[in-house]
Design a protein around this ligand. Structure first.
Ligand code: GCO
Length: 461
């Protein structure tokens, strides 16, 4: 068995505009729904918001330097739509574009490949006020935004993700009201929003293919991992695969197939019509499914934990009494990075990009000035060993983006939850590379071999 990943494997890290940039109202940036709704008391832990965050907007050169010290080769970041188009459409904010152009130049000057996510939840407030994803025009708004970004950055950017986790921004934002804009809608609205989000994805793919100056590699970053089989018998594996891609009213709109089947098969799952009822399915105009099913180059997926195929203890999650859990409370389930790449690659026949994986820990700077995070190092070893095993067993996996480069604004959880390879002191904005950041440096330098050491020591010191 080879103890490393393929030479072309993309090792990197990830972030999102609203979670790291700050400068929420600077240099002509327009408001987005997180700017607006974080001001409402009760939504976010401690009443926190992304107004300043990690101040990445002003400190991006320092942050790129830190990435370089960690040997990061790829950096997945998102563009703030309302920083580029303050009203969502129309007038372009040149200072906003300049920030992203400077960031891309800084990355490339430091040997780091940029991967751009067009939309990571920070929907322009002006467009939300025009109906947002409920409005059939929303896909044209998104295509216009995509064109502005592609014209500005595609001479240097090759990797594109259209949307990040529609399962979550529609599911948590409009079905269960946990994320901005904190609304609760019924099925008819949710399917209509889904259709407009998928049309937006398809039209953005068309724009990138047509106007990108460098040959583009296009995908998305979906949520929702596959289920872990009860055991490795063929029957259990089949059952887990079937459950992973099933459409169930209870999990709608968080499923995989609800979002991925229209893109790869050009149709919504049949079970959706049966379970939701024809009357609740979206209006599909001629040509819509052709737009939605534009060919993409990879299936990007954010995986933190696997789902349980069947859980005898009644847990909805893949958990058991006393199981290891991260600071988010999520069960530690490394096999998620074996089964999800395997099942997703088999079903959709595209290379899989792990666009996010990581864990939140109770990190702080210790008396010796370092941030010792052995649990995160152990987590990464276990998950990456499973990813390596999945590749050895035939799954095509193109890369791994650790979430996240910096501690940052963890949405409704605010700043308590720390996912970063780099600790951020939000009082001083001081960055401290955690032990895991130095571990990841060695993982990348050895193309993965370091994950097989049970006793990795930080050679930096
Ligand atoms: C997501 C989002 C990230 C989160 C991260 C930790 O996957 O939910 O893409 O913005 O911060 O996943 O929850």
């Amino acid at each position: 068995m080879q103890w490393h990943f393929q030479k072309t494997f993309l090792w990197g890290t990830a972030s999102a505009a609203y979670q790291v940039e700050g400068a929420y109202n600077e240099d002509g940036k327009g408001q987005n729904i997180w700017d607006a709704y974080c001001q409402e008391i009760g939504h976010i832990a401690h009443g926190e918001n992304g107004n300043v965050a990690c101040d990445h907007y002003h400190r991006f050169r320092e942050d790129v330097k830190v990435m370089r010290e960690m040997g990061i080769r790829n950096y997945r970041f998102s563009i703030s739509w309302s920083r580029i188009l303050p009203d969502g459409t129309g007038k372009v904010n040149e200072k906003g574009l300049q920030f992203y152009s400077d960031l891309v130049d800084e990355l490339l000057a430091n040997g780091i490949e940029p991967l751009v996510t067009l939309f990571h939840w920070d929907y322009p407030l002006a467009l939300h006020q025009k109906g947002g994803w409920m409005n059939r025009d929303s896909s044209d708004w998104f295509a216009e935004y995509a064109k502005v970004v592609v014209d500005a950055l595609s001479d240097r950017v090759s990797y594109w993700m259209t949307i990040n986790e529609p399962q979550v921004f529609i599911g948590c934002g409009y079905a269960i009201g946990k994320f901005a804009p904190f609304e609760v809608h019924q099925a008819k609205d949710l399917t209509r929003m889904t259709h407009n989000v998928l049309l937006s994805h398809g039209k953005a793919v068309q724009v990138i293919r047509k106007y990108a100056k460098k040959k583009p590699v296009i995908g998305f970053a979906f949520a929702t991992a596959c289920c872990t089989p009860e055991d490795t018998s063929p029957a259990a594996v089949e059952a887990a695969k079937e459950k992973s891609f099933a459409f169930t009213k209870g999990r709608f709109p968080f499923e995989i197939s609800w979002w991925a089947d229209p893109i790869f098969f050009g149709a919504y799952p049949k079970a959706a019509y049966e379970i939701l009822g024809e009357e609740n399915m979206p209006e599909i105009l001629p040509g819509d499914m052709d737009i939605i099913s534009q060919p993409v180059d990879f299936y990007g997926v954010n995986i933190y934990e696997s789902k349980a195929a069947e859980n005898p203890d009644g847990y909805a999650e893949n958990a058991y009494v006393g199981c290891a859990r991260t600071q988010m409370g999520w069960p530690v389930t490394p096999e998620a990075l074996y089964w999800s790449p395997k099942f997703l690659h088999e079903r959709y026949q595209k290379p899989v990009l792990l666009s996010e994986n990581g864990m939140a820990c109770h990190d702080w700077v210790q008396l010796d000035g370092r941030v010792h995070d052995p649990n995160r190092i152990d987590f990464m070893k276990r998950y990456l060993r499973e990813l390596h095993r999945s590749i050895q067993d035939g799954a095509e996996v193109m890369g791994y983006m650790y979430w996240s480069v910096l501690d940052n604004f963890e949405w409704a959880d605010g700043y308590d939850k720390r996912f970063g390879l780099v600790h951020v002191d939000y009082q001083t904005q001081e960055r401290t590379i955690k032990d895991s950041g130095y571990f990841y440096r060695d993982v990348i330098a050895t193309n993965g071999e370091a994950i097989f050491s049970d006793t990795w020591e930080d050679v930096k010191a």
